[in-house]
Design a protein around this ligand. Structure first.
Ligand SMILES: Cc1cc2nc3c(=O)[nH]c(=O)nc-3n(C[C@H](O)[C@H](O)[C@H](O)COP(=O)(O)OP(=O)(O)OC[C@H]3O[C@@H](n4cnc5c(N)ncnc54)[C@H](O)[C@@H]3O)c2cc1C
Length: 479
């Protein structure tokens, strides 16, 4: 264990690294402890299948990293981070062989939604015009004085609606409804639940504002760039060091924990005041996922041409089928036809696979803690829209909820969101406070996706937590 320092960060996920950088930029000496042999948490890449095939272990597509006000302030390009924008951010194939797409251009998106072209423009255009203002409001704790109250209220009225209700009220056709439902399903909420529309709107807006970019070389490049910048600022990172108890950390003025609520309870639960501990114990998990990566001998033979030009594909058919799958998952049932998220990075980034070969990244939602192998259900969904897919497969690598938890203590039960993103837990994440990062333990702050603004690779939880810590413990330092 090294000598005493100003700040210790536990966990080198995007939020841990963001917190460490914020502290180091304010002049603090910082050490990061990472349980894994590699840095990056949910933003890592590895040869999971065959040599030369680089797979994203967790995150693949990064609209939130591109939107992150904190990442925008960092010189990550100087450390090798390069964004690639697939020609079409998202395609959602349908059983008639066509696909509804999210293009960067709102009008192009609207036109291919046929009868819903005007409705799509009316819904998205006013929000897209205010995207910069909105993104600042979302990417911080919900309990704050809004800087743009009218814009936020406009978004809030729509966003709080259940996705099935808003989609069926606003759109007449299957294409627009399916596109909206697929984006809403990223919430892990049943689509009849309040707030599920907010996810559909935010993902649509990020697509129009920024595309859905992928990093050249894999998600690991985001973490490597963050870590290189941290080291340039004097920060240190120690891997293969899982913290079992806060008492084993070196002396420091602040401790930032890039760990889930449940890992926090494990390593410090005994030291928490009972009231706070009970609040954390009542924090709810999101459902889990089952993940599969493929090495392919050729690109996927999608029926819909647009799918061959898209970075991300949503598989699940129409809105009713997607809603049924998400309802099953929420009730603890394995869906027969799950909603599947697919990314085909190698189509746009040749560094991901040997020449002429391809990678495919996919996952589906399953009940929390589910240990079922969903390979067959996922492959049936891909075959449905790309007959002959199975013949392209050279190798597979699967991860159940238990495998995910083994690869990262924050993913217990396969929950990749740091806790459910329902209305209650969006306000109280993990507690109801304008500064929910602060804990009752002196100098200890939580900075993972279990804090606002929640899941995704954006680093904003780490940045906000570090700012609170700096304000409390180093009030004279600029950040
Ligand atoms: C399969 C999958 C797909 C995803 N897809 C996307 C996507 O496409 N786009 C997107 O934006 N987001 C995606 N996400 C979500 C995203 O990866 C997470 O929301 C994000 O990584 C959370 O960052 P974090 O820093 O809070 O935690 P993590 O990234 O989970 O990092 C936490 C780190 O802390 C370490 N740690 C935990 N406990 C300890 C301990 N006791 N001692 C030492 N170290 C510890 C862990 O090993 C880990 O490295 C995906 C996640 C998964 C799993």
């Amino acid at each position: 264990m090294p000598d005493a320092c100003d700040a210790v960060v536990v966990g080198s996920g995007p939020n841990g690294l963001a917190a460490a950088i914020t502290l180091a930029r304010a002049g603090c000496s910082v050490v990061v402890y990472e349980a894994n042999a590699t840095i990056g948490g949910g933003a890592r890449s590895a040869e999971l299948t065959l040599p030369g095939f680089i797979h994203d272990v967790c995150s693949a597509v990064h609209p939130l990293a591109a939107a992150s006000p904190f990442f925008k302030t960092l010189p990550l390009e100087r450390f090798g981070l390069e964004w690639i924008e697939p020609e079409i951010p998202l395609a959602h194939p349908l059983d008639n062989g066509s696909a509804a797409c999210l293009y960067k251009d709102i009008d192009v998106t609207a036109e291919q939604l046929h009868e819903d072209a005007d409705a799509y423009r009316r819904l998205l255009k006013p929000l897209a015009r205010n995207w910069e203002k909105l993104s600042i409001e979302f990417l911080q704790p919900m309990l704050h004085w809004p800087r743009h109250p009218i814009t936020l209220a406009h978004f809030g009225i729509l966003g709080v609606c259940p996705a099935t209700l808003l989609a069926k009220f606003v759109f007449k056709g299957d294409r627009a409804r399916a596109l909206f439902a697929g984006n809403a399903a990223h919430s892990f909420l049943p689509l009849e639940t309040p707030l599920s529309s907010a996810f559909a709107l935010v993902l649509g807006l990020t697509g129009h504002a920024l595309g859905w970019p992928i990093p050249r070389g894999g998600s690991q490049q985001i973490s490597n760039a963050l870590a290189s910048y941290l080291r340039e600022l004097g920060g240190k990172i120690e891997v293969n060091h899982r913290i079992e108890n806060l008492r084993e950390l070196p002396k420091s003025r602040v401790i930032l924990l890039d760990v889930s609520v449940w890992e926090f309870l494990r390593i410090a639960g005994q030291e928490m005041p009972p009231g706070y501990r009970r609040k954390l114990e009542s924090f709810r998990h999101a459902p889990g996922i089952f993940k599969i990566d493929y090495a392919l001998n050729e690109p996927i033979p999608w029926k819909a041409d647009a799918c061959r030009r898209s970075g991300t594909i949503h598989l699940g058919g129409g809105i009713d089928e997607i809603a049924a799958a998400e309802r099953d998952v929420a009730r603890g049932k394995i869906p027969e036809r799950p909603f599947v998220l697919v990314a085909q990075q190698s189509l746009f980034d040749p560094t991901r696979a040997p020449q002429g070969r391809h990678t495919l990244w996919a996952y589906c939602h399953v009940p929390f803690g589910c240990s079922t192998d969903m390979s067959d259900q996922i492959e049936s969904q891909i075959e449905r829209f790309a007959p002959g897919f199975r013949d392209c497969v050279l190798a597979r690598h699967t991860m159940t909820a238990a495998d995910l938890a083994r690869s990262n203590p924050n993913l217990a039960g396969g929950d990749i969101s740091g806790g459910a993103a329902n209305l209650m837990q969006l306000l109280a994440r993990p507690i109801l406070s304008p500064t929910p990062y602060r804990t009752p333990l002196p100098g200890v702050y939580l900075c993972s996706a279990s804090t606002p603004p929640g899941g995704g690779v954006h680093g904003m939880c780490g940045y906000h937590a570090a700012c609170v810590a700096l304000g409390d413990r180093f009030p004279t330092r600029k950040h």
